[in-house]
Design a protein around this ligand. Structure first.
Ligand code: ADP
Length: 596
């Protein structure tokens, strides 16, 4: 009832930043590098190309009708910024490349043939704009024998550095530089070298690294036991270490510069919907848990677009501080989720896969990853504090709703188009749940698409309410425009105050700002690591694959604090964790005034 008839959009509202990014990297260009399409053309190109997927299932007039209908629905969803597919889909759909996926995982076999076949495949994927993840766990350790040559192996870290060097050389389709994830199991004999391989900032910088932690290891840490490191070539225990010492090394690395992260590999496999294909790695930002040769198409719902005022209008950030005056339009959200799932299922059909093995695995599992962005904005509009029980409850409610509806949409698609090819042997078959997709939800960082949509990224809190920007040799405050509006409406605006807010980055400790505003306008630096982890855990409960989230720590945090965050992530059911201690990497992308 509450849903207002939506007018048909013919263009999209974009911020200056969004426009700049689209022009630089997304819009079609001529040989001289000049954009030859407008943003609206790009969205039309994407909508109609993905709607062509309908023709793969229905021919003739009915196919035509479905194509028209969905082409328009996909277009409206994107123009309204309620949903964005991942970057490769925006860039490549309806163009020669037609490579639509953000994430791939490749196997690394313990042989020269295997290692170098995968190196070539990595280059092919990077050229097409995808990110790659690898587990090096099956490689024999450094100095282990190589029978055919009577030589010795150089080990996982040295091969990883070859993959890293190759990444440098491949400029991706003129659009993105390659991104990789490197994984090593915690029981691999080279684990210590791996943990330290990125200490020197110049090394292996095209990789994020994560340790695949087993339940056995966590138990050994808990019981302060010894832990065996095993040669994967023959299963022999090479040596034992004290589990707590190894855990300490992981944590110290993460404290020093954010690496390595960890993934809880047994937990990931326990919920792997296709256990016939075990998982050993993730994609670069670690949200997609994929077996070798699988890929995943991501897309994100922009939650802030679904918050309404009592009169049914779209709420602004300034509306959230009048208690109870805003609400979520659940019906609208339901419709968006169903449309987005159909969109992503069509992407699997329309995708041009970089390798035949990837095509087979991706079509076999039909993994899709619908996630969210604009979560922090939605909370502000609803007047809910991020780091509060109410914030966690809202996270669970909204993600459960999206996950339930996404499964419902996948069930309907299964009736129309059949279950995924690898359904037999899947956890879905065991439950008798006939679905079209092995997975439906994943929460990506939304690094670029959140800028295009003009909202906060993924499920992260605001980075800052305001910050100091250096412009023309001057330090000027750049304050969130909605915050300025709110300050004026509520009568607490002054230039001095805005300057003060920008210098702090945060408003939580500024007494001139009214208490209810301070409560809601929270930033990542205001939030303790514990609340960051709890928020990730709240979303994980209702997400088929993983979650990309940064657990921010203040500069003065200790390695023990990092260890506690890792332990809490394990205890609360997270599938992995990545931390970042403020100021721990020299070239920080964003910084609040305080740290400059
Ligand atoms: P976007 O907002 O551009 O769609 P995200 O920041 O959500 O992308 O990242 C989603 C996934 O896309 C990452 O986990 C990774 O697999 C892949 N990805 C991101 N950046 C790159 C890059 N520069 N090169 C290759 N892949 C990338």
């Amino acid at each position: 009832m509450e849903q207002k008839r939506r007018e048909r959009l013919t263009d999209i509202e974009l911020t200056d930043n969004a426009l700049a990014i689209l022009k630089k990297r997304y819009l079609k260009k001529n040989e001289r590098g000049e954009a030859i399409e407008e943003p609206i053309d790009m969205f039309r190109r994407v909508a109609s190309n993905i709607a062509e997927g309908e023709l793969c299932f229905k021919e003739g007039e009915e196919g035509r009708r479905l194509y028209e209908e969905w082409s328009e629905k996909f277009l409206q969803l994107m123009l309204d910024r309620r949903f964005m597919p991942n970057s490769p889909t925006l860039m490549n759909a309806g163009r020669e490349l037609q490579q639509l996926s953000a994430c791939f995982v490749l196997p690394v076999e313990d042989s020269i043939d295997g290692i170098y076949d995968t190196l070539k495949h990595q280059a092919i994927i990077h050229k097409s704009g995808g990110g790659t993840g690898f587990a090096f766990s099956r490689l024999r350790p450094k100095n282990d024998i190589v029978k055919s040559t009577m030589g010795v192996s150089s080990g996982p870290v040295s091969f990883m550095s070859i993959y890293d060097a190759s990444t440098d050389k491949i400029k991706q389709g003129g659009t993105r530089r390659g991104a990789n994830m490197g994984i090593l199991r915690v029981d691999h004999p080279d684990i210590e070298e791996f943990i330290e391989c990125k200490r020197d900032n110049e090394k292996i910088n095209n990789f994020n690294i994560s340790v695949a932690i087993t339940d056995e290891f966590m138990e050994a840490v808990d019981g302060d036991d010894d832990f065996g490191l095993v040669n994967p070539r023959n299963g022999e225990v090479v040596r034992t270490v004290r589990a707590r010492d190894l855990f300490r090394k992981i944590v110290e690395g993460a404290w020093l510069n954010g690496e390595p992260g960890v993934i809880f590999i047994d937990r990931i496999n326990a919920t792997n919907p296709t256990p016939q294909f075990p998982i050993e790695s993730t994609n670069p930002c670690s949200e997609a848990h994929l077996p070798p040769y699988d890929s995943c198409n991501l897309g994100s719902i922009n939650l802030e677009r679904f918050v309404r005022t009592s009169s049914g209008e779209r709420a602004s950030l300034a509306d959230g501080n009048t208690a109870g005056s805003t609400h979520v339009d659940w019906e609208d959200l339901r419709e968006a989720v169903h449309t987005a799932v159909r969109f992503l299922d069509n992407v699997i059909e329309m995708n041009n896969y970089p390798l035949p093995e990837i095509e087979q695995m991706s079509k076999g599992n039909r993994r899709i990853g619908l996630g969210v962005m604009g979560f922090a904005d939605a909370l502000i509009k609803l007047g809910i504090t991020y780091d509060s029980e109410e914030g966690l409850a809202f996270a669970e409610r909204v993600m459960k709703f999206i996950d339930d509806e996404a499964w419902e949409a996948s069930r309907k698609l299964a009736e129309e188009r059949g279950v995924f090819a690898n359904y037999e042997g899947s956890l879905h078959e065991a439950r008798g749940d006939r679905v079209r997709n092995a997975t439906v939800t994943t929460i990506a960082p939304t690094g670029t698409i959140s800028i295009i949509a003009g909202c906060s990224g993924g499920i992260e809190p605001l980075f800052a309410v305001a910050f100091m920007r250096r412009q023309a040799d001057m330090e000027l405050p750049d304050v969130n425009p909605e915050f300025v509006r709110l300050a004026k409406e509520r009568g607490f605006y002054s230039e001095e105050l805005m300057q003060k807010v920008a210098e702090h980055g945060s408003v939580r400790e500024i007494p001139e700002v009214p208490e209810d505003v301070r409560r809601v306008w929270v930033t990542s630096h205001d939030i303790t690591p514990e609340w960051h982890v709890r928020m990730q855990a709240a979303f994980q409960k209702y997400t088929s694959m993983g979650i990309s989230k940064t657990i921010n720590l203040p500069n003065e945090a200790t390695p023990e604090d990092v260890g506690e965050a890792y332990m809490l992530a394990y205890k609360t059911g997270c599938k992995g964790i990545a931390v970042y201690r403020d100021g721990s990497r020299e070239a920080q992308v964003l910084s609040t005034g305080k740290t400059e």
